[in-house]
Design a protein around this ligand. Structure first.
Ligand code: GLA
Length: 779
């Protein structure tokens, strides 16, 4: 709901309010964003207004008529340079006379009944209420528009800005943020998610004390270095209690989120396009649109904020055929084969996949040009006849005949110098003509600032996607930018390259996703290098990390879940020892972590033992039975000594939970599983799946029970292992939701004193899934 009371604007969602007003000096003063307040008149708002009687010493007052106002000490909706505010600015423009002072003052405001389209960038869908505020800098004839979209039931407010140059002279836009929040105090923790390749999304909590802290990407993508999703919370906020703001950007390029504590203890947060190496030239009549920032507040802890983000992303960011549709279980060929693929091998693996219950077979890198390693062929999207002697369509038909859908890997934004594309179009890449270029993974980036390149890629990809029955595309992007230069752009527009590239990419994706509405696109950028809301507008799921180690993966997925729904997070069960860490984990644990989200497998199923294949077939059948919950259920992180997740169906009648232990702590065997999201007063059945354990897992402890001595790893040990299985513990209880949410005392874990079916075999990296089902009325 958007209301205007005289000079004040009140934006309301189901549980939050956002309030600002027009200052007597005509800037917009931020008054409040947080828990919902009851407001029914402008009088009600008065207590929220800072009562300035005089400006602080050694500051500049805005004008003589208002000696009480120094913009350095005001909470503003958009901070500017040159009129007293010296904090991190919202907008920075250099005018034709060389000045960088901007004095944007209120001109008018109107309420729109839908989202004003953003022409150059994707934006959130389904909005019904928008506030458009126009500010004008009269001296330079430049307009700044601020847009606020209110998503009432999601507790989401989005903000963005547009700059319009009405001057006959050019202006240079050096910065335009998407949102700004000025708080009265700085008692916050600023949480960022940082990392690198195979080590994405490490959560960092920074207590805000003083100065300027910046979370930003300068890789050309949203990056694994610093995800654009950040949080501001109270020091005492937990998963279930306390204040938290979740903040994100619908953008896939260089981003910037900053918090600054000003001289008077107030705190400013801004986010938008990274201003580093950004400068846009606007000629007369030209406009610049910032990406849309997404903001959510909850007074009930991180889980509640995440839930709002998840529903909003599922309903208003992800779009198209696959938006709410259950996603297939896939087998990806990469870790099983790397570049060494051929028709015969793939068909063999696909047959094993079909037996295990896989639905979609994905041929990853290596299938095109002469792609035997990463040094050649990106750009030449024709199949390699040595690997696929009967062609792509023939392979796809064969895979379809086995009973599987077919998916393909592409990396369209890239080119190897050793490729026909580069040889034919050496001026189509981001590089400085005539200079030595730096490369990543032996590849260069195609210049998507150039519309001819975007058109070419649209044609080539369209041809590929229609050349066979392709149901899925993994869209990869494997390097960061260097030698930032577009041969297509003039010298005075080279600081536009990063942003224009993203606009070009969105145009390309827009064409392709509209032409192929039924293809399921999965985003990937060496794993999580472009895990962001911009990509999710085109691709409903993203490969979360090239690290498939279950223990690393738990942390990576856990961190993504703060800002992104399970339906967006794609995870694979891979080989052990793991290819990235050489860590050995059980098949159980690999599945138990991967099933929270979009499940896939990435291992040579044709090489596995019958026992392992049967186990995988059971996992997949289990996943299919609970797929809706794993992909679209309400997800909870539970704070306790063990890692603990719980995901619940929409009607709260069913849930699946998990506990995961990193390292065994001797004599600490009484663990709990804690549920979340159930109805307190109804009865549920709580149970696990009964497992049988291989006796070899107990090593030479077998001799404590065996009548004859068995040498560890001997033939006799193998034979016994074949016939004797160790029974796993059974959990089976009937109780109320409130007790399950308090915590279930589980069977005692193994600890040196013997083993029977009452004992939980729970070694390093062990995990368990638990099932919770509503009791039928009769019981
Ligand atoms: C990237 C991806 C991997 C795989 C390889 C293929 O690293 O993240 O999943 O597709 O490229 O080259």
């Amino acid at each position: 709901m958007i209301k205007q009371y005289d000079q004040s604007f009140v934006l309301e969602t189901a549980h939050t309010s956002y309030i600002f007003r027009l200052l007597p000096t005509k800037q917009l003063e931020h008054l409040y964003y947080g828990k919902k307040l009851t407001v029914s008149s402008s009088k009600d708002i008065e207590p929220l207004i800072e009562q300035h009687a005089f400006a602080p010493g050694n500051t500049n007052i805005y004008d003589e008529e208002h000696p009480e106002y120094s913009l350095e000490d005001m909470r503003l909706e958009a901070g500017m340079i040159g009129k007293g505010d010296i904090r991190v600015p919202f907008v920075e423009i250099i005018h034709a006379d060389g000045s960088s002072t901007n004095d944007f003052l209120y001109h008018d405001a109107k309420i729109n009944t839908s989202h004003t389209p953003i022409k150059s960038l994707p934006y959130a869908l389904n909005n019904k209420e928008e506030l458009e505020v126009t500010l004008v800098d009269e001296t330079y004839a430049v307009t700044l528009k601020l847009y606020y979209n209110v998503y009432y039931e999601y507790d989401i407010i989005t903000r963005r800005a547009v700059v319009i140059n009405n001057n006959k002279d050019d202006i240079r836009l050096n910065r335009l943020m998407s949102t700004q929040l000025d708080f009265l105090n700085h008692n916050f923790v600023f949480t960022t998610f940082n990392g690198s390749w195979t080590n994405e999304m490490n959560r960092h909590d920074h207590a805000v004390e003083s100065g300027l802290y910046i979370n930003a990407s300068f890789t050309g993508g949203s990056s694994s270095r610093a995800n654009p999703f950040v949080m501001l919370s109270d020091k005492h906020t937990t998963e279930d209690e306390g204040d938290v703001y979740g903040l994100n950007l619908i953008y896939s390029g260089n981003h910037y989120e900053a918090v600054e504590v000003g001289s008077y203890g107030k705190m400013r947060f801004v986010s938008g396009i990274n201003p580093q190496n950004f400068s846009f030239l606007l000629e007369e009549g030209e406009i610049f649109e910032s990406p849309e920032a997404v903001m959510s507040f909850s007074a009930h802890g991180f889980n509640d904020m995440s839930m709002h983000m998840h529903s909003f992303i599922n309903d208003c960011i992800v779009r198209g055929t696959w938006q709410h549709q259950e996603r297939p279980v896939l087998l990806n060929s990469w870790e099983a084969n790397y570049f060494k693929i051929n028709e015969q091998k793939l068909i063999k693996q696909a047959k094993a996949a079909k037996k295990a219950g896989i639905e979609l077979f994905v041929m990853d890198d290596g299938w095109f040009g002469k792609r035997d390693n990463d040094q050649s062929s990106l750009g030449d999207w024709q199949y390699d006849p040595k690997k696929l002697p009967h062609g792509l369509k023939h392979l796809v038909d064969k895979i379809n005949a086995i009973g599987l859908d077919f998916g393909i890997w592409v990396e369209p934004e890239m080119v190897n110098v050793d490729s026909d594309l580069y040889r034919n179009h050496p001026n189509w890449t981001i590089e400085i003509p005539g200079c030595n270029q730096s490369e990543g993974r032996h590849q260069r980036i195609l210049d998507l600032c150039n519309p001819e390149v975007v058109d070419y890629l649209t044609d080539v990809m369209s041809e590929l996607f229609s050349s066979a029955n392709i149901k899925y595309v993994k869209w990869d992007m494997n390097r960061t930018f260097s030698d930032i230069y577009s041969p297509y752009l003039p010298a005075n527009r080279q600081q536009e390259v990063f942003h224009r590239y993203i606009i070009g990419l969105y145009n390309l994706l827009n064409h392709l996703t509209h032409s192929f509405p039924d293809i399921l696109f999965e985003g990937c950028a060496s794993g999580g290098n472009r895990f962001d809301l911009g990509m999710l507008c085109f691709m409903p799921q993203i490969w979360a990390s090239d690290n498939t180690d279950a223990i690393c993966r738990y942390k990576i997925q856990n961190s993504y879940s703060y800002g992104y729904p399970l339906s967006a997070i794609s995870n694979h069960v891979s080989s052990t020892p793991n290819h990235q860490t050489l860590r050995t984990t059980s098949l159980d644990t690999r599945y138990n972590v991967a099933c929270f989200g979009i499940l896939g497998y990435e291992t040579n199923l044709a090489d596995l033992s019958n026992e392992a294949l049967e186990e995988i077939a059971k996992q997949i059948a289990h996943y299919k039975a609970h797929r809706k919950i794993f992909q679209f259920g309400t997800f909870y992180r539970v704070n306790q000594e063990l890692h603990n997740w719980c995901v619940v169906s929409d009607d709260q009648e069913e849930a699946v939970g998990m506990i995961l232990q990193e390292l065994v702590l001797p004599n600490h065997q009484f663990h709990q599983f804690i549920a979340r999201g159930l109805k307190k007063d109804i009865h549920y059945h709580f149970f696990n799946e009964e497992k049988q354990y291989n006796v070899k897992l107990f090593g030479d402890l077998i001799n404590t029970a065996s009548p004859v001595h068995i040498k560890q790893d001997s033939l006799a040990h193998q034979v016994v292992a074949k016939f004797v299985k160790m029974p796993g513990e059974v959990e089976d209880m009937h109780t109320t939701g409130s007790i399950l949410m308090h915590g279930v005392c589980l069977k005692q874990a193994f600890s040196a004193n013997g083993y029977n079916e009452q004992v939980r075999y729970f070694q390093d990296f062990a995990s368990r899934l638990y099932f919770i089902e509503k009791e039928s009325e009769k019981q």
